[in-house]
Design a protein around this ligand. Structure first.
Ligand code: UFG
Length: 338
């Protein structure tokens, strides 16, 4: 079975490629290297013993997309990660986000629509729920107006796929709504490679603990939560990667009730910022310098998943803990910063 992974050298994509290859899938990676390092290919090869096929191309270039799919005619599925993902940057430069995240999606779907049989997995986000009224969040929770162009591209992306599936019986698709992916492969051979100052909590913690950053700023301790800091559902990237493989297998078995569906992919457990900081200290025995500052604009109070649908329909649930994820992220961080 041949699977195309767009953005396959990125943080989540590379872990998915590893899991796919370990399950016997043949992988073709598409990446334009805008936010990924080509060396990740060697890392994937080191872990799995197989170097995936790599096509360096930019999905914003429609001709390249058409050309790619004319060269690779026998493809069993596409997992589409290639996208920009910085919330703040999307506010500054919305057209970049609409072009990177939506034009590319349209071009890939246009090619998939031509096939007799096409399976598609889309990288979506719990950001589509905004501040949900009820915790944990089920898939029935309403989609709220997006807080940023980035969030909007995930909502519109899902709508595009749903509309295309409606008129294309040969196309089957699943959107996975990720909560907060963290961690690294346990081998410490691949992991997250933030460019510039990290915007996300766990990479910032890692760089603070190694001394690259002076201090972690905890954004707000006056939220209506037990310790006053905001709550998220942090999921180990390897558990998240495995969710893609089971979702793909579901599509390949033609085992869906409808040809488009979406699932929450999280642990089901909420952790506050302070809980993450304290767990990091406990697991690694490392001190962490932090201070409480004002809330960050656009942050929701809490977001954690109800995972019943993924469990019952995909037969998937997380196996790793917050402790595992922080220990693995720390081992990776020590390797890349040494
Ligand atoms: N936080 C800090 N200090 C930091 C960074 C983050 O206190 O330096 C806090 C945030 O305020 C938030 C929590 O840590 O309460 C998690 O923040 P992240 O930036 O790691 O993650 P978010 O939940 O804000 O964002 C993530 C993804 C987005 C996605 C969103 C969906 O990064 O792509 O989840 O809710 F849109």
């Amino acid at each position: 079975m041949k699977i195309v992974v767009t953005g396959g050298l990125g943080f989540i994509g590379s872990h998915v490629v590893v899991e796919l290859q370990q399950k016997g899938f043949e992988v073709v990676i598409i990446d334009n290297l805008s936010n990924a390092d080509k060396n990740v290919l060697n890392g994937i090869a080191e872990i799995t013993g197989i170097t995936p096929v790599f096509e360096e191309l930019d999905l914003r270039d429609k001709d390249s997309v058409v050309d790619f799919f004319s060269r690779y005619t026998k493809i069993d599925g596409v997992i589409h990660f290639a996208a920009s993902k910085a919330v703040g940057e999307s506010v500054e430069n919305p057209l970049l986000y609409y072009e990177n995240n939506l034009n590319t999606l349209v071009y890939v779907l246009q090619e998939m629509q031509k096939k007799e049989n096409a399976n598609f997995i889309f990288s979506s986000s719990c950001t589509v729920y905004g501040q949900a009224d009820i915790m944990p969040i089920t898939e029935n929770a309403p989609v709220k107006p997006a807080e940023s162009p980035y969030g909007n591209t995930k909502q519109i992306g899902e709508e595009i796929i749903k509309d295309v599936c409606n008129v294309t019986p040969s196309l089957k698709a699943i959107a996975l709504r990720y909560f907060n992916p963290i961690g690294a492969h346990k081998s410490a051979i691949i992991g997250e490679l933030p460019i510039g100052t990290p915007q996300n909590l766990v990479p910032y913690i890692m760089q603070t603990a190694t001394g690259q950053r002076e201090q972690l700023s905890v954004f707000g301790d006056d939220y209506p939560t037990p310790d006053g800091t905001a709550i998220r559902d942090y999921i180990h990237v390897v558990d998240l990667a495995k969710a893609h493989v089971v979702a793909l297998e579901k599509l390949l078995k033609n085992d869906m009730q409808s040809n488009f569906d979406f699932f929450n992919i999280g642990t089901g457990k909420g952790s506050s910022v302070i809980k993450v900081v304290n767990t990091f200290k406990k697991v690694t025995g490392t001190n962490l310098n932090y201070k409480i500052v004002a809330r960050r604009k656009g942050d929701v109070v809490e977001a954690y998943a109800n995972t019943t649908k993924a469990k019952s329909i995909l037969g998937w649930q997380t196996e790793l803990t917050l402790e595992d994820a922080l220990a693995d992220a720390w081992r990776w961080e020590q390797k890349i910063s040494s």
